[in-house]
Design a protein around this ligand. Sequence first.
Ligand code: HEM
Length: 116
Amino acid sequence: TLFEQLGGEAAVTAVTTQFYANIQADATVANFFNGINMADQTNKTASFLCAALGGPKAWGGRNLKEVHANMGVTNAQFTTVIGHLRSALTSAGVAADLVEQTVAVAETVRGDVVTA
Ligand code: HEM
């Protein structure tokens, strides 16, 4: 699975931590996370990604369409955030083809997150 190829839960969590660091350093998308506990957010998104990448634990959290409803995320903002995931993967030393396969999995939630 992609989960295994990336190095399992620890590796996915490390990439997710860097992903949110990149987001919080980008003023075009950082404000969405004002007041959000980023340690919890990192753990939830890492758990979601582990499941989506073929890991052994099913996602036990909330439905992503309900979670992101009314946030007003645009396609352009989603694309920006995907770019932050791509750079987090690349800076972790993940091979380019595996980066793109992982990004493609994250892209499957675009329709649940984009509402504007
Ligand atoms: C939750 C914003 C993309 C997965 C949240 C929350 C915010 C947010 C503000 C916290 C909601 C709350 O606690 O009240 C955004 C924005 C995105 C984006 C602005 C893109 C522009 C994504 C992507 C994924 C994702 C690409 C998955 C790959 C999650 C998960 C939660 C969450 C798993 C927690 C769900 C739960 O509480 O069970 N998002 N998100 N989000 N987001 Fe996103």
